[in-house]
Ligand binder design. Structure first.
Ligand code: C5P
Length: 230
């Protein structure tokens, strides 16, 4: 996968999503369908966006016992998405089961990546609420190594951790990074954030951008501002 900007389409209906995407004219950006949109519209929204020509990252962040995740991934795999994910905290056994469920009989499957620590979680909360005492970048790297060991294609992490993830897991292991904000934009609930330029320079393979594009007056210009400069 080359460098990609994925737009997080965090809308509550297909109607709002399609109205938003109309602002991109003939362009068909890679889009992310998260819980809000998927729970509102179900598999039909995936089919609609695939039919329209978009690549789809289905961001449902599965986290359950291995058997449940395996069976759920088998169902999601049939939707023909390009990428999906789970929480690395579900353990290597869960990630391996997920891969098994996701693989089609002909051996093909969507890319599977693991969330390490949410980019809305800071080190202090991780320590005080989750009782994880290590520095957050070490935790992210440890989860990334587990994901790599389980055979996954990459992780979701902050752009600030992308370089270390590549150093630990290889250049081909994807660092998919939300937590991207323009220098002059609102941070919102995200904590471990940086700008698109910095994310690219730190080695992000894919940046996932929601509100800086979806809430922009001119989403197309905001999307173009996120692209890596050649
Ligand atoms: O609007 P914003 O740019 O913050 O959107 C980021 C998107 O990436 C959201 O859809 C959020 O669910 C998702 N995400 C995240 N942090 C993760 C994994 C996914 O922010 N670790």
């Amino acid at each position: 996968m080359g460098k990609e900007v994925i737009i997080a389409c965090d809308f509550s209906s297909a109607k709002d999503t399609l109205r938003f995407l109309e602002r991109f004219g003939q362009r068909r950006p890679f889009v992310k369908i998260g819980m809000e949109l998927y729970y509102a519209e179900g598999p039909a929204i995936v089919e609609a966006l695939k039919r329209r020509g978009h690549k789809v990252f289905l961001d449902l962040k599965l986290h359950d016992i291995p058997n449940t995740v395996k069976k759920s991934m088998a169902v999601l795999s049939r939707l023909g998405v390009d990428m999906t994910n789970l929480h690395a905290a579900g353990t290597r056994a869960m990630m391996e089961a997920a891969l098994e469920g996701l693989s089609q009989p002909d051996g093909t499957r969507p890319l599977l990546i693991a969330v390490t620590q949410l980019t809305s979680t800071g080190e202090e909360r991780m320590r005080e609420e989750l009782w994880i005492d290590r520095p957050i970048d070490e935790v992210v790297l440890h989860y990334a190594r587990n994901a790599k060991c389980a055979g996954l294609d990459g992780v979701v992490c902050s752009p600030l951790e992308a370089e270390k993830v590549h150093a630990a897991c290889g250049e081909d292991f994807l660092a998919v990074t939300p937590g991207v904000r323009f220098a002059d934009g609102a941070v919102g609930d995200q904590v471990r954030v940086t700008t698109p330029e910095k994310a690219w320079s730190l080695g992000a393979d894919v940046i996932v951008v929601g509100r800086p594009i979806t809430a922009a007056e001119d989403p197309l210009t905001a999307y173009q501002r996120c692209q890596i400069s050649q």
